[in-house]
Design a protein around this ligand. Structure first.
Ligand SMILES: *[C@@H]1O[C@H](CO)[C@@H](O)[C@H](O)[C@H]1NC(C)=O
Ligand SMILES: *[C@@H]1O[C@H](CO)[C@@H](O)[C@H](O)[C@H]1NC(C)=O
Ligand SMILES: *[C@@H]1O[C@H](CO)[C@@H](O)[C@H](O)[C@H]1NC(C)=O
Ligand SMILES: *[C@@H]1O[C@H](CO)[C@@H](O)[C@H](O)[C@H]1NC(C)=O
Ligand SMILES: *[C@@H]1O[C@H](CO)[C@@H](O)[C@H](O)[C@H]1NC(C)=O
Ligand SMILES: *[C@@H]1O[C@H](CO)[C@@H](O)[C@H](O)[C@H]1NC(C)=O
Length: 940
């Protein structure tokens, strides 16, 4: 920043914030507790350092990040945030609250900084109490008119219509050149796929061409540093096409992020599949822009397509290099470098008199149908043969079309090759209006086939399905294996240019879009605020004993191994990228990608929490990127966003949506919480978190216990007495409510009320969590004793899964959040569960009248024991926890803790193998190690 800008924006403009303000004024008295008496309410200020995750990036086109704050530190709304570079130069900042403590004080904030020509190593963010300086220069101009929104960042201007099929009306450069128009979504699909066994002839297939239809285009209230335009709609048959008819489908939400002083738009494109798997086969999902090329000579029009590792295809529509006659070196060099060629009168006439004989290349296509290779081709026009261009391995995912004088547009897709099949089309480049289409799903690939992978194998009763579970570990039931309602989010970047840029500049930009720079505070600071959980600590090499160092080495190994497996096992693809697999097949040397519940992991036993907490404690970039890809996958693909299973997720399986176990344990928002806050409140994740508020109503449609209940023929769910698992369902529901409450979302008071009700009522069950099941009232949150124990005499029903989906973490958060408002009976119920799960049968019997029976996942449950040990300060119990961690089940200290390289005919490609690893143990060992070290590290 070379401008002396100063901003201390006392936020108060955004709609969400107004709600927050009202609530913190009027609602605060209801939640005051003794915790408030320890508030530090003096007039201090804080300066927090944020640094780039991967070190100083080459570009800063504006970014958003999150910061945590200690409870009570900034109690009111009169907090001013200001920012400077670490060299002390003032930087404009936009700030908003993403989360509040129970007492109303600020827990997390989001901040946006503008683009800048030079990039500092980091920033210092200052929070000051009481101040309400409003010195702020609006660098973004926004015109929110009746039919369109126009945004001018100072470095680009974009218009966003409020109706019709065009999401981006026009894109122009500061000098006023329009370099992109009519940006719309395109979708194509077909009603069937030709079956090689001959069942559906090609003639029976209908083909559909659809495009975006806008329902709403909206803009956030505060647009000062970052303007967010959100467009929602669906896809409809395009009026110009005379294809078969199709109902509107594939709802989309596309978010355009524009930063002050930035020449780049970040686009977050989210869709939900609402089709029918055996009737709707998508053959292409794209974003298309028209690029005006009027008046630009064909030899001054440039095609740039990113190849491998910063490489580029550098071509002109009418190439004048390599010809039999030479136009002159200056002409050749100018064209190759994308500069305006010297006036044609200066060229050798041997060339200038014969330009009409040189083919003009109208169309280019790059296609990435696998993570290992892409192909390229071009043609002069439709009806003529394509000419092959040598391709490569992994394309950078960016293309530019434009001219030396007219300017042009670059569009790129993050993780292009990782999300194959993808492609980029440039078309009509030899006409007055070229097109650039970025395909998030390539029409050159096979139709997207979301049908079940088997026909049911005759499993037409629960008894047969349960028996099949015994062999393939798949929990099958006809009709439940539907993709209807799953989603996917992609990130796209758009950048107008005044003239064709150098390919080095485009290479830098390609690098940028594939790892958009992230600002993060230091782990020690996050830890100290206690705003991201109190159950992890920052490793300290100086004080670490050899035993602690060994654990750290193991955690490091596990993270690197899984990151490496993504590459080695090619865990890539439109729907798959971001997930990993559940169990390994030691005989075939492959992960069990084709065996029921052993294939895609779908967050089984909380690997999400392991990798995010590992990021928090280390601040490591590789861990962040791994966790980021994972959260984008699990939050979208493994969960239903509409339809009968809305709000539930799917158990692990061969297809992400295939298993018939639909549960809140998979959709639980605690898995997205850290990313949400660290990212400054990623709006897509935010809407998914809030979207779970009615997940409990899905119990009325889907009974998770249907296959095992005795009254399976007659059971009709009663909304005031749903069978609720006090482990896996309880942890999901309470996470939904705590997060809605701390975000002060639109239904936060309802969330708080239900949360308090469930805590109180669980605490009054005779055996607390040990009860296993309760009767849940959807309207109030209350749980009553199970049907088998109407008089609350006490039931003992403990399973290894109850605490395995984020229960210890959400209870720790709730306990910390409520402070002295936590019902003591609830606290005791949890401490009892933590103590007795791993206690001896004799102790269990003495306490509950009977033993819990044989329980496993004891390594993972050692973190519950550790919690009880920390709370009671009981050293014997701490020792018991470490013993459970080191010497029961899971990964043993004597495990190899290494992988081996496999080559030769036993494997398809050379791979690293750790046959002793399972993802269940990866998750549990990782989480337990982190939490045990934080809670009872001294006892190791
Ligand atoms: C204000 O709070 C800070 C942080 O807790 C503390 O170090 C400082 O002494 C306090 N100042 C006053 C004047 O109370
Ligand atoms: C269109 O937007 C309106 C207003 O937000 C909403 O009520 C309606 O459900 C939306 N329609 C569709 C098809 O999404
Ligand atoms: C219901 O459960 C009983 C006992 O487990 C079983 O015999 C019956 O087949 C089940 N009903 C269905 C529809 O599977
Ligand atoms: C590590 O521990 C040493 C000794 O207690 C302490 O001086 C140092 O500040 C700690 N480092 C971190 C990063 O916490
Ligand atoms: C701790 O040691 C590991 C391994 O030697 C090293 O990679 C890491 O950077 C060290 N961490 C700190 C905070 O010094
Ligand atoms: C501490 O934990 C041990 C091991 O579980 C237990 O036997 C003992 O009773 C506990 N001590 C206290 C004071 O609770």
């Amino acid at each position: 920043m070379n401008r002396q800008e100063r901003s201390a924006y006392r936020f108060g403009k955004s709609r969400m914030f107004l709600n927050v303000l009202l609530c913190s004024v009027f609602c605060l008295p209801h939640v005051t507790g003794r915790a408030l008496s320890t508030l530090n309410t003096n007039g201090s200020s804080d300066v927090v350092d944020v640094k780039w995750l991967e070190g100083k990036p080459a570009l800063n086109v504006g970014t958003t990040f999150g910061l945590p704050w200690s409870r009570g530190k900034y109690p009111g709304d009169r907090v001013a945030f200001s920012a400077s570079t670490d060299d002390g130069e003032d930087v404009t900042i936009q700030s908003w609250v993403t989360s509040r403590w129970a007492d109303g004080s600020i827990k997390w904030t989001g901040h946006a900084i503008p683009g800048s020509a030079s990039v500092p190593d980091g920033y210092k963010i200052t929070a000051s109490k009481g101040a309400s300086r409003q010195i702020r220069r609006e660098s973004i101009k926004v015109d929110d008119a009746q039919d369109e929104i126009v945004v001018d960042t100072g470095k680009l201007k974009a218009s966003f219509p409020k109706s019709g099929n065009v999401l981006v009306g026009s894109l122009s450069t500061p000098s006023g050149k329009v370099v992109g128009k009519n940006g719309k979504l395109v979708l194509q699909s077909q009603s069937a796929v030709p079956d090689t066994t001959g069942s559906s002839a090609k003639a029976d297939i209908s083909y559909y061409q659809l495009e975006s239809k806008i329902n709403t285009t909206t803009i956030d209230e505060d647009t000062s540093v970052r303007t967010l335009v959100t467009v929602r709609g669906d896809h409809r048959i395009s009026e110009s096409e005379s294809t078969a008819t199709h109902d509107p489908w594939i709802p989309f939400t596309v978010r355009f992020y524009l930063y002050a002083n930035s020449d780049t738009i970040r686009v977050v494109h989210s869709l939900v599949f609402d089709g029918v798997a055996d009737k709707d086969f998508i053959t292409g999902i794209g974003l298309r822009f028209d690029i005006p090329l009027v008046g630009e000579e064909l030899y001054d029009r440039h095609i740039r397509i990113a190849g491998v590792d910063g490489g580029f295809l550098n071509e002109a529509v009418r190439g004048i290099t390599g010809l039999r006659r030479d136009p002159g070196e200056a002409v050749r060099v100018a064209q190759f470098e994308g500069k305006k060629t010297p006036d044609a009168s200066t060229w050798a006439t041997t060339v200038s008199s014969r330009l009409q004989w040189i083919p003009a290349w109208n169309d280019y296509t790059l296609t990435q149908l696998s993570p290992d290779g892409f192909t390229l081709k071009k043609r002069t026009k439709a009806g003529q043969s394509w000419v092959k261009i040598p391709g490569g391995t992994r394309a950078g995912g960016l293309a530019y079309l434009g001219g030396a004088t007219a300017g042009g547009l670059a569009v790129g897709l993050r993780d292009f090759w990782k999300r194959y099949p993808t492609s980029i089309d440039i078309s009509n480049a030899a006409t007055d209006s070229g097109q650039l289409t970025l395909w998030l799903y390539s029409p050159a690939g096979e139709p997207m086939d979301l049908r079940p992978f088997h026909d049911g194998l005759g499993q037409d009763t629960y008894a047969k399905q349960l028996d099949a579970l015994e062999i393939t570990y798949e929990d099958y039931e006809e009709g439940y294996n539907t993709p209807q309602g799953v989603g996917r989010t992609n990130e796209i970047f758009i950048r107008p240019f005044e003239s064709t840029p150098s390919s080095d500049e485009l290479a830098t930009f390609t690098e940028y879009i594939n790892a958009p720079p992230v600002l993060v505070p230091q782990p020690e600071y996050i830890k100290q605020t206690e705003a991201a959980g109190t159950y992890w600590d920052v490793p300290n090499n100086t004080t670490a004993t050899p035993a602690v160092q060994t654990l750290e080495t193991h955690l490091d190994f596990l993270n690197k191994f899984y990151q490496g497996q993504v590459e080695g096992r090619r865990w890539f693809g439109f729907w798959d990228y971001g997930d990993f697999m559940h169990t390994y097949d030691v005989d075939r040397h492959v992960w069990r990608y084709d065996i029921g519940g052993y294939a895609w992991d779908n967050s089984e036993l909380s690997p999400d929490l392991f990798i995010w907490n590992y990021f928090l404690r280390t601040g490591r970039a590789d861990v962040y990127r791994f966790a980021e890809a994972h959260v984008r996958h699990t939050s979208e693909v493994d969960i239903y966003h509409l339809g009968p299973y809305s709000g539930f997720g799917t158990r692990h399986g061969v297809q992400h949506w295939g298993d018939s176990a639909k549960q809140i344990r998979v959709s639980t928002p605690i898995y997205r919480q850290i990313f949400y806050y660290v990212s400054g409140g990623d709006e897509r994740i935010g809407e998914l978190l809030h979207g779970l508020m009615d997940a409990d109503k899905t119990f009325l449609t889907v009974d998770p216990r249907r296959k095992i209940r005795e009254d399976n023929g007659t059971y009709v769910p009663d909304p005031t007495a749903i069978d609720l698992d006090l482990g896996i369902d309880f942890s999901g529901l309470t996470a939904i409510w705590l997060i809605e409450w701390e975000r002060r979302g639109p239904r936060w008071e309802e969330a708080r009320s239900k949360l308090k009700e469930i805590l109180e009522s669980l605490g009054s069950l005779k055996n607390g969590f040990v009860t296993g099941l309760g009767l849940y009232n959807i309207n109030t949150g209350e749980v009553k004793p199970p049907a088998a124990d109407p008089e609350n005499k006490g039931i003992v029903d403990v399973t290894h899964l109850s605490a395995s989906f984020g229960l210890p973490e959400i209870v720790a958060q709730i306990t910390h959040y409520l402070g002295d408002d936590l019902p003591a009976s609830f606290d005791q119920a949890w401490l009892d569960y933590c103590y007795y799960y791993g206690a001896s049968a004799a102790e269990q019997t003495a306490r509950y009248g009977q033993a819990f029976g044989k329980l496993n996942l004891r390594q993972g449950h050692s973190r519950l024991t550790a919690y009880a040990a920390k709370r009671s300060g009981n050293a014997t119990l701490a020792a018991r926890a470490w013993n459970e961690f080191l010497s029961t089940d899971g990964f043993a200290p004597t495990a190899p803790w290494s992988s081996v390289s496999l080559t030769g005919s036993q494997v398809l490609t050379p791979v690293d193998e750790a046959a002793w690893i399972t993802t269940n143990d990866f998750a549990l060992y990782g989480l337990a190690a982190i939490e045990n070290l934080a809670q009872i590290g001294d006892a190791l």
